[in-house]
Design a protein around this ligand. Structure first.
Ligand code: C2E
Ligand code: CA
Ligand code: CA
Ligand code: CA
Length: 278
């Protein structure tokens, strides 16, 4: 049925205004969140597929919103990128994660912490300095920090990515390509990229037991990683079947709800100590 064009246009306009207004509220609250210490970092274990030991952790930011509760990054990272707060938030997460990994060391848990880096954060002038500063502040050896860059960030401008990555990697910081398999990596760049880890995107892990194409993607990534002598992390491992298949194919680390969800720092230490005592 045909509707009155005028009123539907008005409706659309007001919906747009509303969402712009909501976005403004969100941005203001987010500014507050940084100042008022409402951000928290959760940690999700990465499991060594051979030994079952906790071999690393990914830092994942959360926002303890005063009225809405605990928010996942999906609810605010994009807004943070758009209003330019991602730099501040990214730096905060980086420092918090380095401090936490340094604390783990004092407890005898010597494992690297992985931190996600957004496009804007990565492209910023002074990116390397802010990373080195966080390491210094926490007194964390660089080899215990891993930075996760999505494949699309890394491959958007590979020449420039190499320039940004190299000085940190020379100091011992590790780099992982996140969401690997979803972007458009050029093979020739891939072999030249100074990376240490491929993180197989969870969409392939999810589908690999039912979809032969996903399985081929996983096998190809694992073969490539082997040839390049890189470590591989399978993300989003939820079932024993996925785990067995990945292990048989030679993935080195697994991360996913099958083992643990992202959790507060305190729980992570307990989980890791409990696991290593087994
Ligand atoms: P990501 O880097 O790909 O992180 C993995 C996401 O998958 C996390 O969602 C994690 O909770 C979820 N996940 C882990 N295991 C499983 C599983 O077995 N099944 C399923 N369905 N999901 C699983 P989360 O914490 O909501 O983070 C979403 C995205 O937000 C991250 O995706 C990352 O791109 C971004 N993000 C998180 N923390 C930060 C941060 O500190 N800075 C930046 N720039 N981005 C962040
Ligand atoms: Ca990640
Ligand atoms: Ca990922
Ligand atoms: Ca992913």
């Amino acid at each position: 049925a045909k509707r009155d064009g005028g009123s539907s246009a008005r409706f659309f306009e007001s919906a747009m205004n509303q969402s712009a207004f909501e976005r403004l509220v969100l941005e203001n609250e987010l500014r507050d969140a940084v100042l008022k210490d409402q951000l928290v970092v959760f940690y999700q274990p990465k499991i060594d597929m051979k030994t079952g030991a906790v071999a690393g952790a990914e830092a994942l930011v959360r926002w303890q919103h005063p009225t809405a509760g605990l928010l996942s990054p999906g609810a605010f990272i994009e807004a943070a990128e758009e209003c330019g707060l991602i730099g501040e938030i990214g730096d905060w997460v980086l420092r918090a994660a380095c401090i936490e990994a340094a604390r783990w060391r004092t407890l005898g848990i010597e494992i690297p912490v992985a931190v996600n880096v957004s496009a804007m954060q990565f492209e910023r002038e002074g990116f390397a300095e802010s990373v080195l500063h966080a390491l210094e502040l926490a007194d964390l050896p660089p080899h215990l920090l891993e930075l996760e860059l999505t494949e699309s960030i890394a491959m958007e401008n590979p020449e420039r990515a190499i320039v940004q990555v190299q000085p940190l990697r020379d100091r011992g910081v590790n780099f992982a390509i996140d969401d690997f398999g979803t972007g458009h990596s050029s093979l020739s760049y891939l072999t030249r990229m100074p990376f240490d880890v491929f993180k197989i995107d969870q969409s392939f892990v999810r589908d690999m037991t039912t979809d032969p194409h996903a399985c081929i993607v996983v096998e190809t990534i694992l073969a490539m990683a082997k040839a390049l002598k890189l470590e591989t992390v399978a993300e989003g491992v939820e079932t024993q079947e996925q785990f067995e298949m990945l292990r048989a194919e030679g993935a080195t680390l697994a991360q996913g709800f099958l083992f643990a969800r992202p959790m507060p720092a305190h729980d992570f230490v307990e989980y890791t100590q409990g696991g290593s005592a087994k």
